[in-house]
Ligand binder design. Structure first.
Ligand SMILES: C[S@@+](CC[C@H](N)C(=O)[O-])C[C@H]1O[C@@H](n2cnc3c(N)ncnc32)[C@H](O)[C@@H]1O
Length: 366
């Protein structure tokens, strides 16, 4: 019976194939296969200084870049051609030289630029190292803690989000909140919860020297890294980093609490919201930064949604599932779900203060 029905279906399926659609999809898949292989090459270029060497030396041959970076020419030439085919390096056919446009240099050679993208490749590669664990989790439904990942996930995540904070946090996001910038200028106490490597905390401390900041994260390795970065940035006098979870971090009466790209990673975002409410001073503000997303799946079927749904499957959803409650909001939760959690916790005010192509910025008050 089964064989018969399969036989009957086969010709119908073949007849419905749209050659153009198939070729378009295959072309997209080839692009993605190239991108997947390129991710390893991006990290090699980052760690061996190939991008920085290209940026510093101007147009140069593969031999010149290899000499400048003390690497092997044959490997470097192949790396350059892979990048040129990706559109990430310029190739000048007349001279056989390679170079970076100003935009390519911002994306790959300048760690401090708001367009630096290397962290994205780093986190994607490192997340895949949990392959066996993830495969098992798909079957059992168990969670995987943030701390259980490869080190590249923590470092890559910090480097992936930092450019967005450099370009937006002090200039746009904080001024979009009601009265917060003025209070930070005058000097208030701030908690940054789920701070990771603390780049958001440090940027705020650099901009508002009269305020005092404490970054909290449950993950010891991230807090250790954040402490080193605060010293390097020269703000250790006004920033401290402490191990603390979203439902037990220390201190009281904060006038401003921030959570950057971490609420959806928490097992119990509702419990965290209630705890944050209890830790805010009267009139205090909570800023929640979440990935950009619409409320419905069909609104997120685009390149941003693709990157975040994939990252969420690899890291955010397993992280939440590993914790108490395990709500697993996912990185594409959208405004309606975040609003309902925050208002359900007892906040009386919630609004979308602003948005960027990759982030939603929410303001909540007591
Ligand atoms: C995607 S990372 C974002 C880190 C940082 N805010 C940033 O923007 O770079 C999520 C962070 O949330 C932290 N985290 C997850 N669950 C937590 C919890 N229940 N309490 C405190 N931190 C938590 C993780 O350790 C991780 O550092």
């Amino acid at each position: 019976m089964q064989a018969q029905s399969l036989k009957a279906e086969a010709p119908a399926t073949a007849a419905t194939i749209d050659e153009n659609a198939l070729h378009e999809l295959l072309g997209k898949a080839i692009t993605d296969v190239g991108a997947t292989s390129l991710a390893t090459l991006v990290l090699i270029g980052d760690e061996l200084g190939l991008y920085r060497g290209l940026a510093a030396g101007g147009a140069q041959t593969s031999a010149e870049l290899a000499r400048r970076t003390r690497t092997a020419e044959r490997y470097v030439r192949e790396w350059l051609n892979a990048h040129a085919a990706s559109g990430y390096v310029q190739y000048h056919a007349a001279t056989g030289k390679y170079g970076l446009s100003p935009e390519q240099a911002m994306m790959f050679a300048q760690e401090e630029s708001p367009a630096f993208v290397v962290g994205g490749f780093q986190i994607a590669l490192a997340a895949g190292r949990a392959f066996d664990r993830l495969k098992q989790a798909f079957v059992t439904g168990e969670g995987i803690g943030w701390h259980e990942h490869d080190h590249g996930v923590f470092h890559g995540c910090a480097r992936f989000f930092r450019p967005g904070y450099i370009g937006n946090l002090v200039q746009h996001w904080i001024p979009s909140l009601d009265g917060v910038k003025q209070r930070l200028e005058a000097g208030i106490r701030v908690a940054d919860v789920g701070c990771g490597y603390g780049y958001s905390t440090i940027l705020m401390a650099q901009a508002f020297p009269k305020s005092k900041f404490t970054g909290f994260d449950y993950h010891r390795e991230s807090i250790d890294a954040a402490r080193v970065r605060a010293i390097e940035a020269g703000v250790a006098d006004r920033v401290t980093f402490e191990i603390g979870g979203a439902k037990d971090f220390a201190g009281d009466n904060y006038e401003f609490i921030t959570v950057f790209d971490a609420l959806h990673d928490m097992g119990d975002p509702a419990g965290a919201s209630r705890y944050i409410l209890s830790k805010l001073a009267p009139g205090g503000t909570w800023m929640i930064v979440e990935p950009y997303a619409g409320d419905r799946v069909e609104e997120n079927l685009n390149p941003i949604g693709r990157a975040y749904y994939a990252g969420s499957t690899l890291m955010c959803t397993p992280c939440s599932l590993s914790q108490e409650v395990g709500l697993a909001l996912g990185a594409q939760a959208g405004e309606a779900r975040v609003r309902s959690i925050v208002m359900g916790a007892g906040f009386t005010h919630f609004r979308r203060a602003m948005q960027s192509p990759v982030n939603l910025i929410f303001e909540a008050r007591k």
